[in-house]
Design a protein around this ligand. Structure first.
Ligand SMILES: [Zn+2]
Length: 490
Protein backbone atom coordinates (compact mmCIF):
# COMPACT_ATOMS: atom_id res chain seq x y z
CA UNK A 1 0.00 0.00 0.00
CA UNK A 2 1.16 3.52 -0.75
CA UNK A 3 1.63 5.85 2.18
CA UNK A 4 -1.46 8.07 1.67
CA UNK A 5 -3.56 4.94 1.32
CA UNK A 6 -2.26 3.54 4.62
CA UNK A 7 -3.08 6.80 6.35
CA UNK A 8 -6.58 6.75 4.89
CA UNK A 9 -7.05 3.15 5.94
CA UNK A 10 -5.90 3.87 9.49
CA UNK A 11 -8.17 6.88 9.61
CA UNK A 12 -11.06 4.71 8.49
CA UNK A 13 -10.27 2.08 11.14
CA UNK A 14 -10.11 4.72 13.86
CA UNK A 15 -13.38 6.27 12.72
CA UNK A 16 -15.03 2.87 12.47
CA UNK A 17 -14.05 1.84 16.01
CA UNK A 18 -14.97 5.30 17.29
CA UNK A 19 -18.44 4.97 15.77
CA UNK A 20 -18.81 1.51 17.25
CA UNK A 21 -17.80 2.82 20.67
CA UNK A 22 -20.21 5.73 20.33
CA UNK A 23 -22.95 3.33 19.36
CA UNK A 24 -22.21 1.05 22.37
CA UNK A 25 -22.06 4.11 24.60
CA UNK A 26 -25.30 5.67 23.37
CA UNK A 27 -27.23 2.42 23.59
CA UNK A 28 -25.98 1.83 27.16
CA UNK A 29 -26.77 5.41 28.17
CA UNK A 30 -30.33 5.07 26.84
CA UNK A 31 -30.99 1.80 28.71
CA UNK A 32 -29.53 3.07 32.00
CA UNK A 33 -31.51 6.31 31.71
CA UNK A 34 -34.72 4.43 31.07
CA UNK A 35 -34.04 2.22 34.09
CA UNK A 36 -33.52 5.32 36.25
CA UNK A 37 -36.87 6.65 35.01
CA UNK A 38 -38.51 3.31 35.76
CA UNK A 39 -37.19 3.33 39.34
CA UNK A 40 -38.68 6.71 40.05
CA UNK A 41 -36.65 9.19 38.05
CA UNK A 42 -34.07 11.75 39.01
CA UNK A 43 -36.57 14.30 40.35
CA UNK A 44 -37.94 11.79 42.87
CA UNK A 45 -34.46 10.56 43.81
CA UNK A 46 -33.54 14.18 44.35
CA UNK A 47 -36.05 14.39 47.20
CA UNK A 48 -34.40 11.59 49.14
CA UNK A 49 -32.39 12.82 52.10
CA UNK A 50 -31.80 9.41 53.59
CA UNK A 51 -32.72 5.84 52.91
CA UNK A 52 -32.71 3.15 55.52
CA UNK A 53 -32.55 -0.60 55.01
CA UNK A 54 -33.13 -3.22 57.63
CA UNK A 55 -31.67 -6.43 56.30
CA UNK A 56 -32.41 -9.80 57.84
CA UNK A 57 -31.75 -13.25 56.55
CA UNK A 58 -29.21 -15.95 56.01
CA UNK A 59 -25.53 -15.62 55.34
CA UNK A 60 -22.93 -18.27 54.67
CA UNK A 61 -19.30 -18.30 55.70
CA UNK A 62 -18.12 -18.47 52.10
CA UNK A 63 -15.59 -21.25 51.77
CA UNK A 64 -15.79 -22.00 55.47
CA UNK A 65 -17.41 -24.84 57.32
CA UNK A 66 -16.45 -27.62 59.69
CA UNK A 67 -14.67 -29.47 56.90
CA UNK A 68 -13.74 -28.73 53.28
CA UNK A 69 -16.34 -31.20 51.99
CA UNK A 70 -19.33 -29.92 53.99
CA UNK A 71 -21.71 -27.15 52.91
CA UNK A 72 -20.74 -23.58 53.79
CA UNK A 73 -21.62 -22.75 57.38
CA UNK A 74 -25.00 -21.05 57.54
CA UNK A 75 -25.82 -18.26 59.99
CA UNK A 76 -28.38 -15.61 60.77
CA UNK A 77 -27.44 -12.13 59.68
CA UNK A 78 -28.91 -8.76 60.64
CA UNK A 79 -27.78 -5.46 59.30
CA UNK A 80 -28.96 -1.88 59.32
CA UNK A 81 -27.92 0.53 56.61
CA UNK A 82 -28.55 4.25 56.38
CA UNK A 83 -27.42 6.03 53.25
CA UNK A 84 -27.56 9.74 52.61
CA UNK A 85 -27.30 10.08 48.83
CA UNK A 86 -26.75 13.83 48.76
CA UNK A 87 -23.79 13.54 51.10
CA UNK A 88 -22.68 10.10 49.79
CA UNK A 89 -22.39 9.14 53.43
CA UNK A 90 -23.32 5.77 54.84
CA UNK A 91 -23.73 3.95 58.12
CA UNK A 92 -23.93 0.18 58.28
CA UNK A 93 -24.09 -2.06 61.31
CA UNK A 94 -23.78 -5.82 61.13
CA UNK A 95 -24.66 -8.44 63.68
CA UNK A 96 -23.87 -12.08 63.12
CA UNK A 97 -22.07 -15.05 64.61
CA UNK A 98 -19.51 -16.69 62.34
CA UNK A 99 -18.56 -20.33 62.61
CA UNK A 100 -17.78 -21.52 66.13
CA UNK A 101 -19.73 -18.69 67.75
CA UNK A 102 -17.36 -15.85 66.89
CA UNK A 103 -19.30 -12.61 67.16
CA UNK A 104 -18.97 -10.18 64.26
CA UNK A 105 -20.67 -6.91 65.09
CA UNK A 106 -18.94 -3.94 63.47
CA UNK A 107 -20.48 -0.76 62.25
CA UNK A 108 -18.92 1.21 59.42
CA UNK A 109 -19.33 4.89 58.67
CA UNK A 110 -18.07 5.99 55.28
CA UNK A 111 -18.00 9.71 54.54
CA UNK A 112 -18.17 11.42 51.20
CA UNK A 113 -14.62 12.78 51.53
CA UNK A 114 -13.29 9.22 51.51
CA UNK A 115 -12.72 8.91 55.25
CA UNK A 116 -14.22 6.18 57.37
CA UNK A 117 -14.76 4.94 60.90
CA UNK A 118 -15.38 1.53 62.34
CA UNK A 119 -16.92 0.70 65.68
CA UNK A 120 -16.76 -2.77 67.23
CA UNK A 121 -20.08 -2.65 69.03
CA UNK A 122 -19.54 -5.35 71.67
CA UNK A 123 -16.16 -3.97 72.84
CA UNK A 124 -16.92 -0.38 71.84
CA UNK A 125 -13.54 -0.04 70.16
CA UNK A 126 -13.28 2.64 67.48
CA UNK A 127 -10.95 2.45 64.50
CA UNK A 128 -10.06 5.06 61.91
CA UNK A 129 -10.25 3.50 58.45
CA UNK A 130 -7.53 4.10 55.88
CA UNK A 131 -8.15 4.54 52.17
CA UNK A 132 -6.94 0.96 51.69
CA UNK A 133 -9.42 -0.42 54.20
CA UNK A 134 -12.24 1.51 52.51
CA UNK A 135 -11.18 0.07 49.15
CA UNK A 136 -11.46 -3.41 50.69
CA UNK A 137 -14.99 -2.61 51.91
CA UNK A 138 -15.86 -1.46 48.40
CA UNK A 139 -14.72 -4.78 46.97
CA UNK A 140 -17.01 -6.73 49.33
CA UNK A 141 -20.46 -6.19 47.84
CA UNK A 142 -22.47 -6.52 51.07
CA UNK A 143 -20.16 -4.11 52.88
CA UNK A 144 -20.44 -1.21 50.48
CA UNK A 145 -23.83 0.45 51.03
CA UNK A 146 -24.10 2.28 47.67
CA UNK A 147 -24.27 -1.12 45.93
CA UNK A 148 -27.33 -2.09 47.99
CA UNK A 149 -29.48 0.59 46.32
CA UNK A 150 -30.21 0.13 42.59
CA UNK A 151 -30.94 3.82 42.01
CA UNK A 152 -27.56 4.70 43.53
CA UNK A 153 -25.82 2.07 41.37
CA UNK A 154 -27.48 3.51 38.25
CA UNK A 155 -26.86 7.10 39.33
CA UNK A 156 -23.17 6.33 39.76
CA UNK A 157 -23.16 4.68 36.33
CA UNK A 158 -24.46 7.89 34.78
CA UNK A 159 -21.86 9.85 36.72
CA UNK A 160 -19.18 7.69 35.07
CA UNK A 161 -21.07 7.75 31.78
CA UNK A 162 -17.95 7.97 29.59
CA UNK A 163 -17.18 4.37 30.55
CA UNK A 164 -20.65 2.99 29.76
CA UNK A 165 -20.63 0.25 27.09
CA UNK A 166 -23.48 -1.86 25.80
CA UNK A 167 -22.43 -5.53 25.73
CA UNK A 168 -25.58 -7.21 24.44
CA UNK A 169 -28.99 -8.64 25.15
CA UNK A 170 -28.46 -11.90 27.04
CA UNK A 171 -31.41 -13.98 28.24
CA UNK A 172 -33.79 -11.03 28.35
CA UNK A 173 -31.34 -8.71 30.11
CA UNK A 174 -29.45 -5.74 28.69
CA UNK A 175 -25.84 -6.28 29.74
CA UNK A 176 -23.95 -3.04 30.19
CA UNK A 177 -20.46 -2.54 31.53
CA UNK A 178 -19.39 0.51 33.47
CA UNK A 179 -16.25 1.48 35.37
CA UNK A 180 -16.78 2.42 38.96
CA UNK A 181 -15.09 5.52 40.34
CA UNK A 182 -12.27 3.28 41.65
CA UNK A 183 -11.73 1.69 38.25
CA UNK A 184 -13.38 -1.67 38.93
CA UNK A 185 -15.64 -2.80 36.11
CA UNK A 186 -19.24 -3.68 36.93
CA UNK A 187 -21.75 -5.37 34.65
CA UNK A 188 -25.29 -4.09 35.02
CA UNK A 189 -28.07 -6.45 33.93
CA UNK A 190 -31.28 -4.54 33.23
CA UNK A 191 -34.46 -6.45 32.44
CA UNK A 192 -35.52 -5.97 28.81
CA UNK A 193 -39.26 -5.67 29.54
CA UNK A 194 -39.49 -4.23 33.08
CA UNK A 195 -36.35 -2.03 32.79
CA UNK A 196 -35.56 -2.82 36.42
CA UNK A 197 -31.96 -3.40 37.45
CA UNK A 198 -31.98 -7.17 38.03
CA UNK A 199 -28.42 -7.79 38.93
CA UNK A 200 -24.88 -6.47 39.01
CA UNK A 201 -21.76 -8.57 38.57
CA UNK A 202 -18.09 -8.02 39.19
CA UNK A 203 -15.23 -10.31 38.25
CA UNK A 204 -12.78 -10.55 41.06
CA UNK A 205 -10.05 -12.66 42.60
CA UNK A 206 -10.99 -14.75 45.60
CA UNK A 207 -8.22 -15.65 48.03
CA UNK A 208 -8.82 -19.36 47.61
CA UNK A 209 -11.36 -19.91 44.83
CA UNK A 210 -9.39 -17.84 42.30
CA UNK A 211 -11.41 -16.12 39.57
CA UNK A 212 -14.96 -15.53 40.72
CA UNK A 213 -17.99 -13.68 39.49
CA UNK A 214 -19.50 -11.81 42.43
CA UNK A 215 -23.12 -10.84 41.97
CA UNK A 216 -25.93 -8.97 43.69
CA UNK A 217 -29.45 -9.85 42.60
CA UNK A 218 -32.23 -7.33 43.30
CA UNK A 219 -35.68 -8.93 43.64
CA UNK A 220 -39.31 -8.08 44.52
CA UNK A 221 -39.26 -4.36 43.80
CA UNK A 222 -41.80 -2.29 45.69
CA UNK A 223 -42.76 1.37 45.35
CA UNK A 224 -42.17 3.65 48.31
CA UNK A 225 -42.97 7.33 47.84
CA UNK A 226 -42.65 7.01 44.03
CA UNK A 227 -39.27 5.32 44.24
CA UNK A 228 -38.78 1.62 43.61
CA UNK A 229 -36.54 -0.56 45.72
CA UNK A 230 -36.04 -4.36 45.95
CA UNK A 231 -37.25 -6.18 49.05
CA UNK A 232 -34.86 -9.04 48.52
CA UNK A 233 -31.10 -8.99 48.01
CA UNK A 234 -29.20 -12.10 47.00
CA UNK A 235 -25.41 -12.13 46.94
CA UNK A 236 -23.63 -14.81 44.95
CA UNK A 237 -20.17 -16.21 44.17
CA UNK A 238 -20.30 -17.86 40.74
CA UNK A 239 -24.09 -18.03 41.18
CA UNK A 240 -23.76 -19.84 44.55
CA UNK A 241 -25.55 -17.77 47.22
CA UNK A 242 -23.51 -16.47 50.15
CA UNK A 243 -26.17 -14.13 51.51
CA UNK A 244 -29.94 -13.99 51.11
CA UNK A 245 -31.56 -11.03 52.81
CA UNK A 246 -35.03 -9.55 53.15
CA UNK A 247 -34.91 -5.77 52.97
CA UNK A 248 -37.26 -3.40 54.74
CA UNK A 249 -36.94 0.02 53.19
CA UNK A 250 -37.73 3.41 54.70
CA UNK A 251 -37.17 6.81 53.15
CA UNK A 252 -36.30 10.07 54.85
CA UNK A 253 -36.35 8.73 58.38
CA UNK A 254 -34.90 11.18 60.82
CA UNK A 255 -31.84 9.04 61.44
CA UNK A 256 -29.88 9.84 64.52
CA UNK A 257 -26.81 11.88 63.59
CA UNK A 258 -25.02 10.32 66.57
CA UNK A 259 -24.77 7.10 64.55
CA UNK A 260 -22.39 8.87 62.20
CA UNK A 261 -20.00 10.11 64.85
CA UNK A 262 -17.51 8.72 67.31
CA UNK A 263 -18.20 9.80 70.90
CA UNK A 264 -15.52 12.33 71.87
CA UNK A 265 -14.64 10.60 75.11
CA UNK A 266 -13.55 7.43 73.36
CA UNK A 267 -10.06 7.27 71.87
CA UNK A 268 -9.29 5.42 68.66
CA UNK A 269 -7.87 1.93 69.09
CA UNK A 270 -4.55 1.45 67.32
CA UNK A 271 -3.88 -1.94 65.78
CA UNK A 272 -0.33 -3.31 65.74
CA UNK A 273 1.23 -2.43 62.37
CA UNK A 274 1.63 -5.08 59.67
CA UNK A 275 5.01 -6.67 58.96
CA UNK A 276 6.45 -5.47 62.24
CA UNK A 277 7.54 -8.65 64.02
CA UNK A 278 7.25 -8.67 67.78
CA UNK A 279 9.70 -11.02 69.47
CA UNK A 280 7.73 -12.92 72.13
CA UNK A 281 10.77 -14.81 73.43
CA UNK A 282 14.20 -15.24 71.86
CA UNK A 283 13.65 -16.58 68.32
CA UNK A 284 9.84 -16.63 68.38
CA UNK A 285 7.99 -13.80 66.64
CA UNK A 286 4.40 -12.81 66.19
CA UNK A 287 3.62 -10.63 63.20
CA UNK A 288 0.39 -9.32 61.68
CA UNK A 289 0.41 -9.40 57.88
CA UNK A 290 -2.81 -7.47 57.60
CA UNK A 291 -3.89 -5.05 60.24
CA UNK A 292 -7.16 -3.26 59.65
CA UNK A 293 -10.97 -3.31 59.74
CA UNK A 294 -10.72 -3.96 63.47
CA UNK A 295 -8.65 -7.12 63.22
CA UNK A 296 -5.13 -8.45 62.65
CA UNK A 297 -4.16 -11.57 60.73
CA UNK A 298 -1.10 -12.92 62.46
CA UNK A 299 1.64 -15.38 61.69
CA UNK A 300 4.09 -16.89 64.16
CA UNK A 301 7.69 -17.51 63.13
CA UNK A 302 9.70 -19.99 65.15
CA UNK A 303 13.46 -20.22 64.80
CA UNK A 304 15.19 -23.57 65.24
CA UNK A 305 18.89 -24.28 64.87
CA UNK A 306 18.96 -24.27 61.07
CA UNK A 307 15.56 -23.22 59.89
CA UNK A 308 12.27 -21.43 60.51
CA UNK A 309 8.80 -22.90 60.95
CA UNK A 310 6.06 -20.55 59.83
CA UNK A 311 2.62 -20.85 61.36
CA UNK A 312 -0.12 -19.90 58.88
CA UNK A 313 0.07 -18.03 55.58
CA UNK A 314 -2.91 -15.67 55.79
CA UNK A 315 -4.98 -14.02 53.10
CA UNK A 316 -2.96 -13.75 49.92
CA UNK A 317 0.20 -14.47 48.03
CA UNK A 318 1.68 -10.97 48.24
CA UNK A 319 1.68 -11.12 52.03
CA UNK A 320 3.73 -14.32 51.92
CA UNK A 321 6.45 -12.55 49.93
CA UNK A 322 6.53 -10.00 52.73
CA UNK A 323 6.76 -12.75 55.35
CA UNK A 324 9.72 -14.25 53.47
CA UNK A 325 11.50 -10.89 53.45
CA UNK A 326 10.95 -10.30 57.15
CA UNK A 327 12.13 -13.82 57.89
CA UNK A 328 15.32 -13.20 55.86
CA UNK A 329 15.95 -10.03 57.86
CA UNK A 330 15.34 -11.33 61.35
CA UNK A 331 16.95 -14.70 60.83
CA UNK A 332 19.41 -14.46 57.93
CA UNK A 333 20.50 -17.71 56.33
CA UNK A 334 17.70 -19.77 57.85
CA UNK A 335 15.09 -20.81 55.29
CA UNK A 336 11.39 -21.23 56.02
CA UNK A 337 11.44 -25.03 55.94
CA UNK A 338 7.82 -25.77 56.86
CA UNK A 339 4.54 -23.89 56.78
CA UNK A 340 1.97 -25.11 59.26
CA UNK A 341 -1.61 -24.59 58.05
CA UNK A 342 -3.54 -24.27 61.32
CA UNK A 343 -6.77 -25.15 59.48
CA UNK A 344 -8.25 -24.90 56.02
CA UNK A 345 -10.18 -21.62 56.35
CA UNK A 346 -9.44 -19.08 53.62
CA UNK A 347 -7.94 -16.39 55.80
CA UNK A 348 -5.33 -18.82 57.16
CA UNK A 349 -4.17 -20.41 53.91
CA UNK A 350 -4.82 -17.70 51.31
CA UNK A 351 -1.06 -17.01 51.13
CA UNK A 352 -0.01 -20.63 50.89
CA UNK A 353 0.56 -20.69 47.13
CA UNK A 354 3.72 -18.63 47.40
CA UNK A 355 5.32 -21.35 49.54
CA UNK A 356 3.86 -24.16 47.43
CA UNK A 357 5.46 -22.66 44.32
CA UNK A 358 8.77 -22.68 46.25
CA UNK A 359 8.20 -26.36 47.14
CA UNK A 360 8.03 -25.67 50.87
CA UNK A 361 6.13 -28.55 52.55
CA UNK A 362 2.80 -27.61 54.10
CA UNK A 363 1.95 -29.35 57.35
CA UNK A 364 -1.74 -30.09 57.64
CA UNK A 365 -4.40 -32.30 59.17
CA UNK A 366 -5.31 -35.36 57.10
CA UNK A 367 -8.84 -34.07 56.42
CA UNK A 368 -7.59 -30.78 54.99
CA UNK A 369 -4.84 -32.25 52.80
CA UNK A 370 -6.82 -32.63 49.55
CA UNK A 371 -8.24 -29.13 49.93
CA UNK A 372 -4.76 -27.62 50.14
CA UNK A 373 -3.71 -29.54 47.03
CA UNK A 374 -6.79 -28.21 45.26
CA UNK A 375 -6.07 -24.62 46.36
CA UNK A 376 -2.67 -24.97 44.66
CA UNK A 377 -4.36 -25.84 41.35
CA UNK A 378 -6.98 -23.08 41.28
CA UNK A 379 -6.50 -20.50 38.52
CA UNK A 380 -6.02 -16.85 39.47
CA UNK A 381 -6.00 -15.04 36.12
CA UNK A 382 -7.59 -11.78 37.35
CA UNK A 383 -4.84 -11.33 39.88
CA UNK A 384 -2.06 -13.82 39.07
CA UNK A 385 -0.38 -15.46 42.06
CA UNK A 386 2.94 -17.31 42.39
CA UNK A 387 1.33 -20.54 41.23
CA UNK A 388 0.30 -18.91 37.95
CA UNK A 389 3.90 -17.86 37.30
CA UNK A 390 5.65 -20.90 38.70
CA UNK A 391 3.20 -23.79 39.19
CA UNK A 392 4.01 -26.68 41.50
CA UNK A 393 2.05 -29.50 43.09
CA UNK A 394 1.62 -28.95 46.81
CA UNK A 395 3.80 -31.07 49.08
CA UNK A 396 1.55 -31.75 52.07
CA UNK A 397 2.73 -33.57 55.17
CA UNK A 398 -0.17 -34.64 57.37
CA UNK A 399 0.01 -36.16 60.80
CA UNK A 400 -2.26 -37.67 63.38
CA UNK A 401 -2.53 -36.34 66.91
CA UNK A 402 0.99 -35.04 67.48
CA UNK A 403 4.21 -34.20 65.65
CA UNK A 404 7.33 -32.65 67.11
CA UNK A 405 10.43 -30.90 65.85
CA UNK A 406 13.38 -30.81 68.17
CA UNK A 407 16.99 -29.69 68.02
CA UNK A 408 19.53 -27.96 70.32
CA UNK A 409 17.68 -24.69 70.09
CA UNK A 410 14.14 -25.73 70.92
CA UNK A 411 11.22 -28.08 70.72
CA UNK A 412 8.05 -27.38 68.78
CA UNK A 413 5.07 -29.68 69.22
CA UNK A 414 2.09 -29.66 66.88
CA UNK A 415 -1.16 -30.97 68.32
CA UNK A 416 -4.25 -31.88 66.41
CA UNK A 417 -7.37 -30.44 68.01
CA UNK A 418 -10.34 -32.10 66.36
CA UNK A 419 -14.09 -31.74 66.71
CA UNK A 420 -14.14 -28.11 67.88
CA UNK A 421 -17.19 -25.91 67.15
CA UNK A 422 -15.05 -23.89 64.72
CA UNK A 423 -13.58 -26.56 62.45
CA UNK A 424 -13.34 -30.37 62.48
CA UNK A 425 -9.54 -30.52 62.21
CA UNK A 426 -7.10 -27.92 63.44
CA UNK A 427 -3.47 -27.68 64.57
CA UNK A 428 -2.27 -26.01 67.77
CA UNK A 429 1.41 -25.10 68.06
CA UNK A 430 2.98 -25.64 71.45
CA UNK A 431 6.42 -24.62 72.69
CA UNK A 432 6.80 -26.67 75.90
CA UNK A 433 9.93 -24.94 77.19
CA UNK A 434 8.66 -21.43 76.55
CA UNK A 435 5.11 -22.38 77.63
CA UNK A 436 3.65 -20.70 74.55
CA UNK A 437 0.58 -21.90 72.65
CA UNK A 438 -0.42 -20.60 69.22
CA UNK A 439 -4.15 -20.86 68.67
CA UNK A 440 -6.10 -20.05 65.50
CA UNK A 441 -9.75 -19.03 65.70
CA UNK A 442 -10.69 -20.80 68.94
CA UNK A 443 -9.26 -17.82 70.75
CA UNK A 444 -9.56 -14.20 69.74
CA UNK A 445 -8.81 -11.09 71.68
CA UNK A 446 -9.79 -7.46 71.53
CA UNK A 447 -7.07 -4.79 71.27
CA UNK A 448 -7.78 -1.82 73.50
CA UNK A 449 -7.87 -3.80 76.67
CA UNK A 450 -6.87 -7.29 75.55
CA UNK A 451 -9.43 -9.78 76.79
CA UNK A 452 -10.56 -12.99 75.15
CA UNK A 453 -13.92 -13.32 73.45
CA UNK A 454 -15.84 -15.87 75.42
CA UNK A 455 -17.68 -18.44 73.35
CA UNK A 456 -18.06 -22.21 72.87
CA UNK A 457 -14.80 -22.40 70.89
CA UNK A 458 -12.78 -20.98 73.77
CA UNK A 459 -14.41 -23.45 76.20
CA UNK A 460 -13.36 -26.26 73.87
CA UNK A 461 -9.76 -24.98 73.78
CA UNK A 462 -9.52 -24.65 77.56
CA UNK A 463 -10.83 -28.21 77.94
CA UNK A 464 -8.23 -29.50 75.45
CA UNK A 465 -5.35 -27.73 77.19
CA UNK A 466 -6.43 -29.24 80.50
CA UNK A 467 -6.92 -32.73 79.12
CA UNK A 468 -3.52 -32.78 77.42
CA UNK A 469 -1.79 -31.22 80.42
CA UNK A 470 -0.29 -28.41 78.33
CA UNK A 471 1.38 -25.88 80.56
CA UNK A 472 0.73 -22.51 78.99
CA UNK A 473 1.76 -19.05 80.16
CA UNK A 474 1.26 -17.20 76.88
CA UNK A 475 -1.55 -17.64 74.37
CA UNK A 476 -0.77 -16.37 70.88
CA UNK A 477 -3.93 -15.91 68.77
CA UNK A 478 -4.06 -15.82 64.98
CA UNK A 479 -6.32 -12.74 65.32
CA UNK A 480 -5.79 -10.29 68.13
CA UNK A 481 -3.23 -9.70 70.82
CA UNK A 482 -1.14 -12.01 72.95
CA UNK A 483 -2.87 -13.01 76.19
CA UNK A 484 -1.43 -14.29 79.43
CA UNK A 485 -2.96 -17.48 80.82
CA UNK A 486 -4.58 -15.53 83.70
CA UNK A 487 -6.65 -13.58 81.16
CA UNK A 488 -8.36 -16.79 80.09
CA UNK A 489 -9.52 -17.63 83.60
CA UNK A 490 -13.03 -16.39 84.18
ZN1 LIG B 1 -11.20 -20.37 61.03
Amino acid sequence: MKKPLIVLYLLFLTLYSFCQTMDAYEKAYKVVSSSIARLGGNSNFGKIESIELNLNGTAYDEGQSLSPSSEWHQREMNSRVIYKPKESTSYQSINTLTIGGLLYDPSFIIQDNGTGLQNQQSTNEWFELTEFEISILKSIPQLYPPRLFPFVVLGNAIRNAQSLRYIGLIEGGHNISVSDSDGSVITLIIDESTRLLNRIEMVSDHLVFGDVNVGIQYEDYVGIDSVFHPQKLRFTYNSKPFMELEAQVKLNTNSETSLFEKPDEIEFTELPGPFKPKEIVDGVWLMPVFSGLGITYNVMMIELEDYIILIDAPLFDGYSRGIQQVSNNISPGKPIKYVVASHYHTDHIGGINYFISKQVPIISNIGNEDFIKEVARVKHTVFPNSQMLNPSEAIVESFKKKRSFKDEKREVVLYEINGSPHVDEMILVYLPNERILFVADLLMSSYQNPTPMYNESLDYLIEFVKKNKLEVDIYVPSHGKILSAEKLRR
